[in-house]
Every structure is written in structure tokens, then in C-alpha cells.
Design a protein around this ligand. Sequence first.
Ligand code: HEM
Length: 237
Amino acid sequence: MAAQLNTENKRVHSASGDELVSRKPVLLMRYRGFTRCNHWLTALCMFALLLSGFAFFHPSLFWLTNLFGGGQLTRWIHPWIGVVLVISFLGMFLQMWRLNLLRREDIEWGKKIGDVIQGKEGNLPEVGKYNIGQKLVFWAMSLLILLLVITGIMIWEEHFSGLVSIPVQRIAVVAHALAALGCFFVVLAHVYAAIWTRGTIRAMTRGTVTGGWAFRHHRKWLRELARRDVGREPGGK
Ligand code: HEM
């Protein structure tokens, strides 16, 4: 036993001064409280909209109106939840659109999607706060929500009746349903990616991610934060 400990203590790959300095992980702030509230309010509205919308999609799903206090109430509340979603999503859009603009490295990263799936991060170019998948989800959500608002207003009889003709309203109803279906799949992809990439959910719950996570998935973002941090005390202003 003692002999084994002796060999384990021998220096083979390290110099005498090398040592563990801190066991505490490096943590990086990714979303502050306001942004996280903004995100979860948007998510809540989106789920309520999808559920109440699906209730009108097909008679077999009408039972979903029970979640909102019956058919009449669901019909009334659905567009108002839409209004809250638009305001809430706009808050996120204004904070995030710039960092979601496509950059050259994103295209390179996207071309190597096979390596992403196999977890071979070493083959991928370094990316900033968002990768191309996240950026496409962001722009798809933005466009689909815009389409939902425009078509939603066209068919909101209570407040905008007569705004457009009945034939145009019929087209708007179909476009509204298709945009909602699109949103459903985009949100599904978003949630799947957030769960699949381990260590991501905490970005939207606690606000922070580990240095290891950032090094693996968003190295340019990490490097920029590290450069900005030079000379500052950890957690200091
Ligand atoms: C249960 C549902 C959801 C979960 C678990 C979830 C989780 C997350 C997580 C963990 C992040 C941080 C990702 C990162 O920074 O790398 C994030 C970002 C984001 N989420 Fe969600 N989310 C959900 C629903 C939604 C919905 C419904 C929307 C919009 C309608 C949405 C819009 C966004 C946006 C715009 C971002 C910023 C990142 C980007 O630009 O792609 N999320 N979400």
C-alpha cells in the first residue's frame, strides 16, 4: 500500500511548482435575473398559447379548454396571452438580436454538424455566445411570432372585426395555424437542445455556466469574458 502511494506521488508529467490552486469551478454569468424572468414569462405564454390554440385546432382537442375555464374563456384569453408574449419576446429580442447575427465561423461550425452530434468539439471552430443552431432558432422564433401577431390581429374579431375581408381572414386563419405549428417544432428543438447539451439549463435557472461548459461550447465568448476580466477580482465590478 505504502509502495503504491509512493509511486502515485512521483512526479512524471508535472514540475515541482505545479499544484491545484482552487477546487471551486470557474463560473460565468450568462443571463442576469431580468433576462431569466423575461425568458420564463415568454416560455409560459408560449405553452399557454399552444395549449389554448390546439384546443381550437381540432374538435378532439377541445377538452384542453378545461385548462382555461371553458370554451368562452379560452377564446377570450388566447389573444391576450399573445399580447403578453409579444411584449415579453420583444424584451428578449432587443437584448439578444445583435449576438444572434450570423458570422463566418457559424457557417463553418454548421458544416461540421456531424462532429457536433458525435461530441468531437476539437474539430469545430470556436464560436461566440451562440452557435448557428441557436441563432437559427432565434430568428425562426422571431419570424414566426411576427407572423402569428399579424395574422392574429386579422382574425381577432372582438377588436378588429372588419379590418380585412372574410376571404383574407380565411387565409389568415390558415397562416396563423401553420405559424403556430412551426413554433411548436422550433420550441421543441430548442428545449431538446437545451437538455441535450449538459450544463445548459442552469444558464436559464441559476444564470451561470461553468468555465468548462463555456470552453467546450462557446470558447470565443469565454475568451472575451476572460480578457475583460484581466486585473479584476473574481465577482468584482
Ligand atoms: C421548457 C421550455 C424551455 C426551456 C427548458 C428553455 C431553456 C433555455 C435555455 C437553457 C436557454 C439558454 C441557452 C444558452 O444560453 O446557451 C434558453 C435560451 C433562450 N430561449 Fe428558451 N427555453 C424554453 C422555452 C422557450 C420558449 C417558449 C422561447 C420563445 C418563444 C424561448 C426562447 C429563448 C431564446 C430567444 C433564448 C436565447 C438564446 C438564443 O438566442 O437562442 N425559450 N432557453
